[in-house]
Write a protein that binds this ligand. Structure first.
Ligand SMILES: Nc1ncnc2c1ncn2[C@@H]1O[C@H](COP(=O)(O)OP(=O)(O)OP(=O)(O)O)[C@@H](O)[C@H]1O
Ligand SMILES: [Mg+2]
Length: 436
């Protein structure tokens, strides 16, 4: 029986009503040690690797399978697929190699132990956490989004080498860099699979038409047509952006340092974006992000007010260019620490270069799950006009997250350090006994 037939039988037994697409069958039947899957968004890839992991673990006793994700949230998401399939299979009897056994599992938040001695473990991105594991299979989901991916590559190879374990990379492209891109383009040892638009019929024509409406041209080319986009004019190298990424959920709670808020008011098609940064031991950590799509004046104002109540920022810097002016003015009345800024070309140059330096000097921390911000930063361009440089998102793209972040960083940089309160010095009595 082919592995894809076994996987389909398990799906039938689980009663999930899913019939594998042709690309899924071909992928599951590919027994190569090194496989790479290039796929568009929503293709069903995470589900496929979860299903394959469950199938292989059930059919081969005493194996260890590791699922790697770029963030904690994603590791929970991939494990949700594993859990769903296994929960539906619990106590089902399967026959394999002439033996009959009931499926029994002990499942935690991100790992499961099967009664045949196999286990599946879902881990977030951290080469250190891989230490000590010997795996029969490692899957790297959304491999192009991992920071330190070449360090991870070494860790994955160590983890699999002793058992001649299999390695599978899965991703939507993110530019021409990194382990995923290098393996896809230059890796002769990798067996390559490409899921094209239309290969996953669970995404209907209507779904795709709706998606096309909300995605920019570049987003569509990258996320749906799987193009590895050039980074010729990239303002901040993607490697440097990824080096600034840490896996945490942005929050005001637990932040001791001062907080600064940047607001980029939406014009034309752009959204209004708010970004908060918090001082954190010499670095700035993004602690708040909010996007408001084409909201009326009053709603935008209300959102900024609410964010200010929550964050209690030491300074709020808002873009008061053009249509932002009346909003900035209204905001200054309710939040006195508001500084409106008119973003002329030289101001923009300063703002974005400050931001870039913060990233290059590893002084800014970006949350791993904020893929929209990360993508905007990655695509942001510096264009040589012959008489200088201009800074902007590629045609048709947005830069609202980048600008809101640049404003927040500027707010932090231009606010002087808090004054240490000179408490009661002057109340000390002069040491009379020392007076001659
Ligand atoms: N053969 C199939 N038939 C019907 N639905 C499917 C099939 N394969 C996967 N799906 C469903 O498609 C949806 C998207 O799957 P999944 O999250 O695995 O895709 P993905 O490629 O990882 O997406 P993303 O790009 O968002 O990470 C899920 O709800 C999954 O259950
Ligand atoms: Mg996925």
């Amino acid at each position: 029986m082919k592995p894809s037939e076994a996987a389909q039988l398990l799906l039938n037994a689980a009663g999930l009503g899913i019939r594998l697409h042709d690309w899924q069958k071909k992928f599951i039947d590919d027994q190569s040690r090194f496989r790479i899957l290039l796929k568009h968004r929503g293709a069903g890839a995470t589900f496929t690797i979860a299903l394959e992991a469950v199938t292989a673990s059930l059919l081969q006793p005493s194996t260890t399978t590791i699922l790697l994700s770029y963030s904690m949230r994603q590791s929970l998401e991939i494990f949700r697929h594993v859990k769903t399939i296994l929960t539906h299979l619990e106590n089902t009897t399967i026959k394999h190699n002439g033996k009959q056994a009931k499926i029994k599992t002990r499942t935690g938040e991100r790992n499961t132990h099967l009664s045949n001695g196999s286990r599946i473990i879902s881990l977030p991105n951290n080469p250190e956490t891989l230490r000590g594991y010997r795996a029969d299979a490692v899957y790297v989901d959304e491999a192009a989004l991992f920071r330190d991916d070449f360090t991870l590559r070494t860790a994955v190879m160590f983890t699999t080498v002793a058992r001649t374990g299999r390695v599978t990379l899965v991703s939507t492209p993110k530019g021409k860099r990194g382990w995923f891109y290098q393996s896809w383009v230059h890796g002769n040892e990798w067996s390559k699979h490409f899921v094209r638009l239309g290969d996953s019929p669970h995404l209907s024509e209507r779904d795709l038409t709706e998606l096309r409406k909300v995605m920019t041209d570049l987003e569509w080319r990258q996320e749906m047509e799987c193009e590895f986009l050039d980074e010729v004019n990239a303002f901040i190298p993607y490697d440097k952006i990824l080096a600034a990424v840490e896996d945490y959920v942005p929050s005001r709670t637990g932040v001791d340092g001062r907080v600064f808020l940047g607001v980029d008011f939406g014009r034309y098609r752009d959204s209004t974006v708010l970004v908060g940064v918090a001082e954190d031991g010499g670095r700035l950590r993004i602690c708040y992000l909010e996007e408001l799509k084409q909201a009326p004046f009053a709603a935008q104002l209300e959102t900024v007010k609410k964010a200010a109540e929550l964050l209690r920022p030491s300074a709020v810097v808002v873009d008061s260019t053009g249509m932002g002016a009346p909003l900035a003015e209204a905001l200054s009345k309710v939040i006195p620490s508001t500084t409106p800024i008119t973003i002329t070309a030289p101001v923009k140059t300063t703002l974005v270069n400050n931001l870039r330096n913060m990233i290059l000097n590893q002084k800014l921390v970006i949350p791993a799950d904020e893929t929209k911000l990360i993508n905007q930063l990655r695509l942001y361009q510096q264009i040589n006009t012959g008489i200088g440089f201009k800074y902007e998102a590629p045609a048709g793209e947005h830069d609202d997250y980048v600008m809101a972040l640049a404003l927040a960083v500027y707010a932090a940089q231009t606010s002087s350090t808090p004054k240490v309160e000179a408490t009661f010095f002057w109340k000390w009595k002069s040491p009379q006994h020392l007076t001659p």
